[in-house]
Unconditional design. Structure first.
Length: 166
């Protein structure tokens, strides 16, 4: 693959702020040093998502590079096969002229194949954009649900505390 080709830029989905974060222990204190289960969970998921986020772009770029290499491989194989067949026909003195109708059919097939490929790519891009918007909507709604659940927990906690004090 040529090193001068431009690779598509991978855009990241903007992150929403946390609704309410659990107070963090100082970084010097590991999850093992605390008895607070929520701090342990928070440290674990923070580490997991930090790693997932940092690896995602690298993974996607690797997949993109691999796809480009596969496309180049396929192109080279087809060009090689055509060249070998032409060389064989030339060496054997085979007449490679075919009727115009056959040339037109071959050209039409190639054009239709390219159109189908472009349509497939357009559908894939549209599907990915739609999926991204759906994920963003779900994330936005998750934040709203988390805020509402936090308010509900606060309400119930105050009622339970009142009942305990009576």
């Amino acid at each position: 693959m040529s090193t001068t080709e431009q690779q598509p830029k991978i855009q990241s989905i903007p992150q929403k702020p946390k609704v309410e974060s659990i107070p963090q222990k100082p970084e010097s204190q590991s999850a093992k040093d605390t008895n607070d289960i929520y701090s342990v969970f928070q440290q674990s998921i923070d580490k997991y998502f930090k790693e997932a986020k940092s690896n995602a772009a690298t993974y996607l770029q690797s997949v993109s590079d691999l796809q480009q290499e596969i496309i180049e491989l396929r192109k080279n194989n087809v060009e090689s096969a055509i060249s070998l067949q032409k060389t064989m026909a030339d060496k054997l003195g085979t007449n490679i002229k075919i009727p115009d109708e056959s040339l037109n059919v071959a050209t039409a097939i190639a054009e239709q194949t390219t159109k189908a490929w472009n349509l497939q790519n357009q559908l894939m891009r549209t599907s990915l954009e739609t999926l991204s918007k759906n994920i963003q909507a779900f994330n936005d709604n998750s934040q709203i649900f988390a805020e509402q659940n936090g308010k509900l927990i606060g309400f119930w906690a105050s009622i339970i505390k009142q009942k305990k004090q009576e």
